[in-house]
Design a protein around this ligand. Sequence first.
Ligand code: BG6
Length: 489
Amino acid sequence: MAELVPVEPFDIVIFGATGDLALRKLVPALFHRWDDGQIPESSRIIAASRDDLDQDTFRTMAARHIHPGNGERAARWSEFTKRLTYVSVDSEGEGEGWKLLSEALDSNPEKVRLFYLALPSRLYGPICTALARHGLNTAHARVVLEKPIGSDFQSARRVNEQVGEVFPENAIFRIDHYLGKETVQNLLILRFANYLFEPMWNANGIDHVQITAAESLGAGERAAYYDRSGALRDMVQNHLLQLACLVAMEPPASLESDAVRTEKLKVLRALRPVGPEAVANDVVRAQYQAGAVEGETVPGYANEVGHPSNTETFVGIRAHIDNWRWAGVPFYLRTGKRMSARRSEIIVQFKPVPHDVVGAVQGTLHPNRLVIRLQPDEGVKLMLMTKDPGPGGLRLRYVPLNLAYAEHFEKDYPDAYERLLMDVVRGNLSLFMRGDEVEAAWRWVDGIIESWDLGQTKLYGYPAGTDGPAQSALLLAREDREWFDAFNS
Ligand code: BG6
């Protein structure tokens, strides 16, 4: 039976509190944890941004994503907002707001204090410097950095150095919310708490790996950020590479945070660089055009952002991990906005049996396939060959051993942000990226960006509501493979 363990009392300051992330994810996450009784009453939530707002205006803004209605939930929300204070601060650390912020924080030096920077990462350094100037970085203070950290290796390193001047590494929580998803954590358990997979979890047993993070939404309200970022920086540098690390890493000695993070780092460092020669063959970049998604007609990306743009909303990559375990095993990664459906999954395709002894009357032999579905409909599926029961000749069937979370578990566990926020309070770094991981991921991604910057990589188009451009399918078809839609097929 899942049991919520309350955390110790804490204060949290959310910088960038009027932004999309804070309003859509963070405040609701805190409300849900509080509503479930996991956050002690003496905790405080301080929403900070440079907008000059009064308390009621901020609370009304925050309520928009809570949908309190008029009943019991409204009463709970109203109770929760007694713990919520808004302060207006600048990023330079000047002005009255900083004084109010200091006053709003509990002066008890033993109390855990979180500074969540839901801001562009160029502000991380200045904010941390300001926190130090005001003496707010107490011994129990932790800082949470949202991704993307920097926009390339150099800028990420600068951010890491600036933040590192104020906070020790074990107080820096670089969040990648994919690591907070239940099925992602389960990947470690699947791999390392079962003996079944490990002996063949390598180039002898595995043909290739596919990692897909498809979204049906477009750039939406975050278009200004997204247009500077694009799919490679927004999704591949962090979420997709982190998933690849969890699939590919060596067994750590324990699940202790640095043991896991060191193994992930080794994977990132073993990624084969994608330079100008490889980029044309191994990377597909594309942008969505007008189309229909889930029955609704939607404009193309350029129309949505209001100007012609060279930003990719889809990227497909054939990556290689140059080490003994993965020699010759391609890792195909793809992510895109405005695709046919929201669907994130990891597929591990095993090798075919070396010889067909069956010679069945009907049905073909398919290699085993392990499918880890992150969302929606979380689950794990292992595809196996079986004999179709009954007379009439030997018939083969490819069937799933199916662990659908909805059927096996109660769906009342916290979402990724809720879980990760509570981990920050507990000081548990396991599901957060270390500075060197972020830098190693950028080093690899920079190789692709630099190749793109030479201007010879085509930006393909794909109609909204499809699974990306034909070139994405070709990335695999060239090697006699195809993208699987494993849960629906
Ligand atoms: C964020 C990206 O990190 O992840 C967004 O910045 C993306 O562009 C989001 O939409 C996807 O998260 P999820 O949990 O909905 O898959």
